[in-house]
Design a protein around this ligand. Structure first.
Ligand code: BG6
Ligand code: MG
Length: 216
């Protein structure tokens, strides 16, 4: 059986949340907005534009489109500066083993991410070649929990949604997979990701047997 295994990027393959946080924090500080690690949770899986709106909302700040555009550019330039030295050591534990297993088993492998920086991150970490299909923030109009990003990935792999498995660390991403009629696998805390069909703390907890069972 050939199934589609669709991976979210940030928080699933690499721990980029810490860099997004640092970059957003600079913007927040410059606007005198208190932005905490807890607030950062709200931004997981959320697009860049929407993230800025959430942060401005935290501080009750109204801004012109011109200012917003400027801050979005600043945020991304700063974020990219943290990625300059990124390499394979930043791939989260257990991910590579699962990617290799899926390749060995000739499964469809896709990326389904809200990020517009997905390709350079896959290149820098040396895993671009594992992915048959990449659907990212440049390719979709509807953000998670809309299933568009995952449905597009499955479609490009020519595999039905019901034969697709999504790995996600965000609530919106799990909801997107569920709405799309796919198998949802949460990577992270059970308390947060309880809507997922399966939940694991990280990829080291996912066994070959589990993957083989999903392949069927
Ligand atoms: C998601 C992240 O994957 O991508 C969000 O979880 C991020 O934190 C979003 O804002 C957009 O990413 P980027 O790289 O296009 O700013
Ligand atoms: Mg994520």
């Amino acid at each position: 059986n050939k199934k589609a295994f669709i991976f979210d990027l940030d928080g699933v393959i690499v721990d980029t949340a810490k860099y997004h946080f640092l970059a957003w924090q600079k913007i927040a500080q410059s606007l005198n907005i208190n932005f905490t690690h807890e607030d950062n949770e709200l931004l997981k899986g959320v697009s860049r534009v929407r993230s800025l709106d959430i942060i401005l909302g935290l501080g009750n700040v109204q801004a012109s489109q011109e200012d917003k555009d400027k801050w979005l550019i600043q945020k991304n330039e700063d974020y990219l500066s943290y990625l300059v030295d990124m390499n394979e050591s930043e791939i989260l534990p257990g991910v590579l083993k699962i990617l290799k297993l899926l390749k060995d088993k000739n499964q469809g492998i896709a990326l389904g991410s809200a990020s517009k920086n997905a390709r350079p991150i896959l290149e820098k970490t040396g895993i671009l070649s594992y992915f048959d299909v990449i659907v990212d923030g440049n390719d979709v109009t509807n953000a998670k929990p809309d299933p568009e990003v995952f449905l597009k990935a499955a479609q490009l792999l020519n595999i039905d949604a019901k034969n697709s498995i999504v790995f996600e660390d965000s609530v919106a991403g799990i909801q997107a997979a569920n709405i799309g009629g796919m198998v949802s696998v949460g990577i992270g805390e059970e308390t947060i990701l309880h809507e997922a069909q399966y939940i694991f703390k990280d990829f080291t907890e996912i066994s070959s047997e589990f993957i083989e069972k999903l392949i069927g």
